[in-house]
Write a protein that binds this ligand. Structure first.
Ligand code: G6P
Length: 482
């Protein structure tokens, strides 16, 4: 029995099968996982996650009592849930990533999608089953007065399901994404949007990264559920229960990042990058190849900047990291191709014998991206919409030249970083091109001064603090009617 439990789709470790048939463990990927893994070292909690591959399933089946030890990857146990592959595929790819992610990031191309027909109903049923598997595992492992922290859009139904079987638990849900306004969230069938909102309201505390996303969630509860919303005290009351709404931003652990960025592998990449870039100025972007990250418009803006400012030809290089992501979804495969097409156009138009205007990296290479942060003069972060965006926070912390930050006003991070960055409308390609020019033209002292302030803001709320705040929010609940 555990006193603290964390539930997330992706866990802190993943397994692969070696040629000799042995299971080897490595650290899981993704922003949420790295943030939580850094706290896992000093807090003892049970981490409940999904088995994401056959090797994960094998490892889970072999673990005594179903609990794996994440030895060497932080302390404490992990329970990986063996969810049937077809159910997992429908819940994760079709509902979580193609529906809920699209709704909350406003990604639909509405004349063509979404289509909520019979097929969606089957997918929705799988999403329910997948959420039920988590709720059952948590109910089984939670001690009498345990605190349970449920993460993200994959698991919106878990709080309600868990409350139904274990009403004594203290349950929090946290959304790491934005939340859509009611007029967009209501694209979902009415019963589905109601089930999602009611599912989250099964928690005692529902957390969001910014006041804007928390506000949109409350607006949805009021408009679509008819719930009673008190915006001053940030509470939502529905069917006799009250849920507190919390705003907890997330930053980076500056010390740990700086230490990692000084390791030998990063130094080697730094030397290679310096050789390539020479005394040219460097514009960097680092993203998963994710529709919401707006990489194509970022490249178009760089192209327009080069067209409008020929004085920069030969004097600037753009290094764009676009790591593979969610390739099971056709939209992501097509988007990856569009990024590559756009990069080729820029090469064809501007490259000369001794100048490569753009270096596109499409393979996952964390140490290389840390080297790029260190060398950046300008960091471009232009998502269509983003829950927070930690790249905007990591860059200023690691930059050694005092980088200027060109930042989308639609990223959650803009709430904290607006004053010292160059804010852009992510759809405004010309505006972004001009911001790139302004960032390069900014006097060095001003860039360095702004960058120092950005780094202070970025490190104010490290994951450790975010996690402690989630637990404290559950401790502070008792005066509410339950
Ligand atoms: C977003 C979500 C995280 C997720 C990450 C990677 O940041 O908020 O929960 O871990 O994307 O996505 P993936 O589908 O690769 O787990």
């Amino acid at each position: 029995m555990s006193a603290i439990l964390v539930a997330s789709n992706r866990g802190p470790v993943s397994f692969s099968l070696s040629e000799g048939g042995d299971l080897t463990m490595r650290r899981g990927g993704g922003g949420l996982v790295s943030g939580l893994a850094s706290v896992a070292a000093d807090t003892d909690f049970l981490w409940v996650c999904a088995a994401l591959s056959e090797a994960d399933r094998d490892a889970a089946a072999q673990a005594p009592g179903g609990r794996l030890d994440r030895a060497g990857h932080g302390t404490g146990p992990v329970r990986m849930l063996d969810i049937p592959a077809a159910t997992f595929h429908r819940a994760y790819n079709a509902v979580a990533n193609s529906t809920l992610w699209f709704v909350n990031h406003l990604l639909y191309d509405t004349p063509n999608s979404p289509n909520f027909g019979m097929r969606f109903r089957r997918e929705w049923e799988s999403y329910r089953a997948y959420n039920r598997a988590f709720a059952e595992a948590l109910a089984k492992d939670a001690a009498a007065d345990a605190r349970v922290l449920v993460q993200d859009y994959h698991l919106t139904l878990v709080p309600g399901m868990l409350r139904a079987v274990r009403p004594g638990l203290r349950v929090a849900h946290f959304s790491h994404t934005p939340w859509a306004p009611p007029e967009y969230f209501s694209l979902l069938p009415d019963d589905v949007s109601a089930e999602i909102l009611t599912g989250i309201l099964g928690a005692d505390h529902a957390g969001f990264l910014t006041a804007r996303w928390a506000g949109a969630f409350m607006d949805c509860c009021e408009a679509l559920l008819g719930a009673e919303v008190d915006r001053a005290s940030r509470t939502v009351t529905h069917e006799g229960r009250t849920t507190r709404i919390g705003v907890h931003s997330l930053g980076v652990d500056g010390e740990a990042m700086r230490a990692r960025a000084r390791e030998a592998d990063v130094e080697a990449h730094l030397r290679a990058l310096r050789d390539k870039v020479g005394d040219r100025r460097l514009i960097v972007r680092i993203d998963r190849t994710e529709l919401s990250k707006n990489i194509v418009r970022g490249l178009l803006a760089y192209q327009e900047f080069l067209t409008a400012h020929p004085e920069w030809h030969g004097r600037v290089v753009h290094v764009a990291f676009a790591y593979p992501s969610r390739h099971d979804l056709p939209e992501y495969r097509e988007y990856t191709a569009a990024v590559q097409r756009c990069a080729k156009e820029i090469e064809d138009e501007f490259a000369t014998e001794d100048w490569d205007p753009l270096i596109l990296n499409v393979h996952d290479d964390y140490p290389r991206s840390l080297a790029a942060y260190r060398l950046a003069d300008v960091l471009l972060v232009n998502p269509i919409r983003d829950g927070m965006n930690l790249v905007a926070k990591e860059g200023p912390v690691l930059s050694e030249r005092g980088c200027a930050l060109v930042l989308s006003r639609e990223a959650g991070a803009a709430d904290e970083l607006a004053r010292d960055s160059l804010l852009v409308n992510p759809y405004d390609v010309s505006g972004t091109a001009e911001a790139l020019h302004a960032a390069l033209a900014m006097p060095a002292e001003e860039r360095e001064f702004r960058c120092r302030k950005l780094a202070v803001a970025a490190t104010a709320l490290p994951p450790r603090r975010w996690f402690a705040d989630q637990l404290a929010a559950l401790d502070a609940l008792s005066p509410l009617p339950r």
